[in-house]
Design a protein around this ligand. Structure first.
Ligand code: DC
Length: 215
């Protein structure tokens, strides 16, 4: 692979997306949120009345039109930016993301995206381990569940204890599934964002990239 890829993995709410966007902007690279792709497939499946555990969702993944970029996502031509972050999709997405057929199709699309865009900052759960194991820089961004819950509550509200419990439950599902569980990829550098500002994390990453000889 010749394209410059920065792979960012880690649990939800750790700051991957904010940090990933900032790193992409500083480097003049495009940014891909692969979680939005799994959410888009989940939205499409729910609209078709499918149960999130239905194996047929692999066929939905193959055919669904996903347009992701510029802060919005369209699923089969329907603007679904808010819906994919809503409660219904959030509750169902872990089951959809555990479907091996769905994963195979998403990985194929992610690799094609990088070729089409000449590299990029790609964020998810399996990017450094499965999708781009040869990425120039592999990062595992994390923070304590409490801090992640506090950030989410500041963003979208809710009860802190409930939000923390749901974060811990989603971590458990994402880390224990059979296919491509959330892991620290071999060669990944762990960045714990607890107690750090976004700018401090971004500077740390650009420094790591410089030392890896890739910037
Ligand atoms: O990052 P997020 O919370 O939007 O991700 C939504 C779900 O998709 C989450 O349960 C983990 C899953 N996911 C995945 O399995 N693999 C990826 N590369 C990205 C997300």
């Amino acid at each position: 692979m010749n394209e410059l890829v920065i792979a960012i993995d880690g649990p939800s709410g750790a700051g991957k997306s904010t940090v990933g966007h900032a790193v992409a902007e500083r480097l003049g690279l495009e940014y891909l949120d692969t979680g939005a792709m799994y959410r888009g497939v989940t939205f499409a499946a729910l609209r078709r009345g499918l149960d999130p555990h239905d194996p047929e969702i692999a066929a939905v993944a193959e055919h669904v039109a996903l347009e992701i970029g510029n802060g919005c996502i369209c699923v089969d031509g329907v603007e679904a930016t808010a819906e994919i972050r809503g409660r219904e999709v959030t509750a169902a997405v872990s089951a959809v993301a555990a479907n091996s057929g769905v994963r195979a199709e998403m990985v194929r699309r992610q690799r094609a995206w990088v070729v089409e865009h000449g590299g990029g900052v790609v964020e998810g759960r399996d990017i450094g381990s499965i999708v781009f194991p040869d990425a120039a820089l592999k990062l595992y961004i994390t923070a304590s569940p409490r801090v992640r819950a506090e950030r989410r509550v500041a963003d979208i509200g809710g009860d802190i204890d409930d939000v923390e419990a749901s974060i811990i439950e989603r971590d458990r599902k994402d880390s224990s599934r059979a296919d491509s569980p959330l892991v620290e990829a071999s060669g990944a550098i762990t960045v714990d964002t607890t107690g750090l500002t976004i700018d401090e994390v971004v500077d740390q990453i650009l420094d790591l990239l410089g030392r890896a000889g890739a910037s």
